[in-house]
Design a protein around this ligand. Structure first.
Ligand code: KG4
Ligand code: ZN
Length: 337
């Protein structure tokens, strides 16, 4: 079995996965959303202190599995330095105590492997990764070969949902709140600019759209003066524009790339509206869409454990003293290093 730990942002999570069968034997997550919501975003120092309380609580429950654990996997990059440290420190001491190796896991590869939780891998795959920290399309050939085909020039999609919600005084995380309001709204009420609509390059940009949302709020006299219905309309218009932008750029890639299997992963992939729009795009471009069960879209240790199985089989592990943290939030543009 592999015990995996995730603490790259505001979710403390631990999982135990069986190596031979991929079976998820144990998995729990303690989210810090309530604690961060009054600040409208994640406060790293607070997140770190909450991990220091939550992770040992979770670990305590996994004790019965300790005799069977062959390696400890942990997210070591990218993420918030002070929160990654909590998981890494725990992984190092646990591995040293059990005298087993540590598997360092790249968080985004974890999201990609969320597709294969309790399943065999399926490659090649064109993966659209939409999270709070990243927005990219990755061509995944196999475990070692992953190439970033397009990425964001500024904000990530999740971040833009969060900021949009914050500007309307709606709380954190913004994604689920915006999605819920959008269901009651008129998506054509606000005319927002589709980012990079006339640009040839295949890239994403969300900061201009965020600014357009800010100006719309200002034109209505500020968030305090907006009615509930106006907030729903703006949420729906924003979500529609995000979808138009993502779909316009992804369509070019889907047409260009011969790979038939396409996947949507990351926290934002829980959005039902975006899922249905991608579903339609895949039908139009002759692709097969793969999605992740809702509970594994946002950060979790199950995906870290699933990636770790493939890493373990390749002996891609280190001794506890060799494990380091890498907080390269902005990754190299062409590869997932
Ligand atoms: O993957 P994730 O849990 O963390 C990172 O690795 O960043 O993604 C978190 C992001 C947040 O920005 C959150 O607002 C967004 O995912 N999110 C959503 C939805 N659920 C979560 N965005 C849009 N619609 C949703 N239903
Ligand atoms: Zn994530």
């Amino acid at each position: 079995m592999i015990l995996s730990i995730e603490s790259s942002c505001d979710d403390s999570s631990i999982a135990v996965t069986e190596i031979d069968t991929y079976k998820l034997l144990w998995h729990k997550k303690i989210s810090q959303e309530t604690e961060h919501s009054r600040y409208g975003g994640v406060v790293p120092e607070l997140a770190s202190r909450l991990h220091a309380v939550a992770l040992p609580k979770l670990l305590e429950e996994t004790k019965p599995y300790f005799p069977e654990i062959k390696a400890v996997a942990v997210t070591n990059r990218p993420g918030l330095g002070v929160t990654l440290m909590e998981g890494i420190a725990m992984a190092k001491s646990l591995a040293a105590f059990l005298d087993i190796p540590v598997i360092p896991v790249h968080h985004l590869k974890g999201h990609i492997y969320s597709l294969f939780i309790e399943k065999a891998t399926r490659f090649p795959m064109l993966v659209v990764l939409l999270s709070g920290g990243h927005t990219m399309v990755v061509r995944v050939e196999d475990f070692d070969t992953m190439e970033i085909l397009a990425t964001t020039m500024d904000d990530s999609v999740g971040e833009s949902f969060d900021k949009c919600a914050k500007m309307m005084g709606l709380g954190y995380p913004g994604g689920p709140i915006i999605e819920a309001l959008a269901k009651e709204g008129d998506e054509n009420r606000f005319e927002l600019p589709v980012p990079l609509r006339n640009a040839k390059e295949i890239a994403f940009s969300l900061s201009g759209l965020k600014n357009a949302v800010r100006l719309s709020i200002a034109s209505l006299g500020g968030a305090e003066r907006m009615s509930h219905q106006e907030k729903c309309n703006l949420a729906a218009s924003f979500q529609k524009t995000v979808a138009l932008h993502l779909l316009q750029k992804c369509k070019k890639l889907f047409v260009r790339e011969p790979i038939e299997d396409v996947a949507l992963v990351g926290g934002v992939a829980a959005n039902a509206y975006l899922r249905s729009r991608f579903d339609a795009l895949c039908s139009e471009t002759g692709k097969r869409l793969h999605t992740v069960p809702l509970r594994f879209c946002a950060d979790n240790a199950a995906m870290i454990g699933r990636y770790a199985i493939d890493a373990y089989e390749r002996k891609a592990f280190v001794s506890p003293s060799e494990l380091d943290m890498e907080t390269t939030r902005k990754l190299r543009p062409d590869t997932l290093l």
